[in-house]
Design a protein around this ligand. Structure first.
Ligand code: G6P
Length: 470
């Protein structure tokens, strides 16, 4: 078994300073879980440690991290600004989520992006062996597959995009569209969450690079790059079991005491404009006006996880949400009832599991979302099979979770109707819908996802080797 080298912008841990010492903080991301179970004899992870590290401290920290099979990529404050905040989150993130008006096509961002991708390549070279399998992740590293291909022409290289790939008509506006496509196509296998993203990518490849493809295989002169969809799953058992853990049960009891008999509508996201949070809150307000009999009976539990807070649009959105929540609570509050309970922080795992379990409805209405794992986590914790998922049809997860109430996030009336339908849905119907979704999620969990991708990657590499031998 060759080694697996995973490369992503963030490592599965972030480094923090506590009492003058560097400590690791574990991230609970799904990717780390999926990869921990692969049958590679050793896994290595290359990525940014999550904070700027002074030059003097870098060598010692890297040596320590290497012992844990982690290879850090250190970024300067300027690189963080231009590569991470700039190209990744002020160009690619908005463009790929159909917020072109937020994209700011600055050349300095592009240059930093290229340089930092090169730096990732150098760091990989420090630890790589020719027979390693490389798996590059997400939009921060779209140039890296080609850079690795140039250094290791016969290597097995996979690439997975965790966000949507937009339609050609939108993608074409990117000044560096050619370089980005060529960068990704350095891989033997390119994966997306849904077939729509695959179609958009292949269409851009043909129209911008003039490359032919057939059945998802792109002809790269002596080499094949395969493109396909691999919908990412979750660690199903972890969420299903969490409900029975002591800490979760304690949280459930506490929440019940605080919220009484109110029905709970749950909204959890990273605070991001692609998630449609403000419009969701406004739809809840409209619901309370349209169905006044529900006033005093239903509470929106709004949990927003701080994210990219130094980028303008995120700051503005935070202000707009704060205002809307204040206004709506001011309008409907009674001494006994607060319509929106608002938390701006990340919740510990067991608290999150408790709110999933307690919530009568999960209201997830992104304008665009590559997949949305929260929708899947909510269903997995529903061990008594009750609860209703309202899900945007613009989330990748909607392709699999077809038993959810699917809504158009741009249509407030549709969201209002869905909330009413969910609140009045008979328990048997809830159970039938959730049982079906649970079966899918249990089977296609995150371990299965990584196995399927890595098996296909091996096959893809073999087809190129066959071509070369001919
Ligand atoms: C999305 C992206 C990830 C990213 C995460 C958190 O899920 O696909 O690549 O790591 O958001 O965003 P951040 O900017 O904090 O890494």
């Amino acid at each position: 078994m060759p080694r697996l080298i995973t490369i992503s912008n963030r490592l599965p841990i972030s480094v923090k300073v506590k009492e003058g010492e560097f400590v690791y903080e574990q991230s609970v991301g799904g990717l780390a879980t999926g990869l921990s179970s692969t049958d590679a004899k050793e896994n290595y992870w290359v990525g940014w440690p999550g904070m700027t590290i002074k030059a003097d401290d870098q060598a010692a920290l890297a040596a320590r991290m290497n012992k844990d099979n982690l290879q850090p990529v250190f970024l300067t404050d300027r690189e963080y600004e231009n590569f991470y905040e700039g190209f990744s989150n002020k160009i690619i993130w908005p463009l790929y989520h159909y917020f072109k008006q937020y994209a700011s096509y600055k050349k300095t961002y592009w240059e930093a992006y290229r340089q930092v991708n090169e730096r990732f390549c150098e760091e990989v070279q420090k630890i790589a062996r020719p027979d390693d399998v490389f798996w590059v992740h997400d939009y921060q590293l779209m140039l890296l597959p080609k850079m690795l291909r140039e250094k290791f022409p016969d290597a097995t290289i996979g690439y997975f995009l965790h966000i949507p790939f937009p339609s050609y008509e939108l993608f074409r506006s990117l000044p560096w569209r050619k370089e980005v496509l060529e960068g990704i196509l350095g891989a033997d296998l390119v994966g997306f969450h849904t077939y729509d993203y695959v179609r958009h990518f292949l269409s851009a490849t043909t129209r911008i690079l003039g490359l032919n493809h057939s059945l998802g295989k792109v002809n790269m002169a002596g080499r094949i790059a395969e493109v396909d969809s691999f919908p990412m799953g979750i660690d199903y058992d972890k969420f299903a079991k969490a409900v029975f853990e002591k800490e979760t049960i304690r949280e459930i009891i506490e929440l019940r005491q605080q919220l009484g008999k109110d029905k709970i509508i749950l909204s959890v996201d990273r605070l991001d404009y692609s998630k449609g949070i403000l419009q969701r809150i406004q739809a809840f307000e409209r619901f309370l006006e349209r169905y006044p009999e529900w006033q005093g009976q239903v509470t929106l539990l709004l949990i927003l996880v701080p994210s990219r807070a130094t980028v303008d649009q995120y700051q503005q959105l935070k202000e707009d949400i704060d205002q809307a929540v204040g206004r709506i609570n001011g309008k409907f509050n009674t001494l006994r009832w607060t319509p929106i309970h608002y938390f701006y922080r990340a919740l510990p795992f067991n608290t999150l599991a408790a709110v999933y379990y307690m919530a009568d409805i999960a209201l997830i209405t992104p304008f665009r979302d590559g997949m949305n794992l929260i929708a899947k986590e909510y269903i997995a914790t529903k061990t008594d099979q009750t609860g209703v998922l309202i899900l945007s049809e613009m989330a990748g997860a909607a392709k699999e979770l077809t038993e959810a109430i699917l809504v158009n996030p741009d249509d407030p009336h549709d969201i209002v109707r869905a909330i009413h339908k969910a609140l009045t849905m008979p328990a048997e119907e809830q159970m039938a819908r959730n049982t079906a979704m649970q079966q899918t999620l249990r089977r296609y969990n995150v371990k299965r996802w990584s196995e399927v991708f890595l098996d296909r990657l091996k096959e893809a590499r073999l087809s190129t080797e066959k071509i070369k031998r001919k």
